[in-house]
Design a protein around this ligand. Structure first.
Ligand code: FES
Length: 122
């Protein structure tokens, strides 16, 4: 008789709410790409340290695409009024934006990028 495993089996990306978005090489080496994930536009951020983050593409101050802004380290700057958002937390560093943007978990499996459809900071 074999022992029962303790706790749940680890889930693969396909077994959760993660959806495949693209291959890693389809992202800019350092930069931002917009992706439509189930009708929501998400900014996929590839930082200089190689990490990948996913945040809402729409600025929390007005209806402006953050993927058209400037990436500085882990900070994405809105091109319209200059609010800067930490792509790890979604928090703005200062006005005019005062509301965080949604952040989504990212997994990379076999060079495929998967993004959760559930915000992790709400
Ligand atoms: S629209 Fe982004 S800071 Fe105003």
């Amino acid at each position: 008789m074999s022992a029962q495993p303790l706790g749940p089996e680890p889930l693969s990306a396909e077994e959760t709410d993660f959806v495949r978005v693209c291959r890693v090489e389809e992202l800019p080496e350092v930069g931002v790409a917009a992706a439509d994930i189930n009708g929501r536009v998400v900014a996929i951020v590839h930082t200089g340290d190689g990490s990948i983050h996913a945040v809402d593409d729409t600025c929390s101050h007005a209806n402006v695409s953050l993927s058209e802004g400037e990436l500085d380290g882990c900070t994405l700057e809105c091109w319209l009024h200059g609010s800067r958002f930490d792509v790890r937390t979604g928090e703005p560093s200062g006005p005019p934006a005062i509301v965080p943007i949604n952040v989504y978990a990212v997994k990379v499996e076999d060079d495929e990028v998967y993004v959760s459809t559930t915000p992790q900071n709400v």
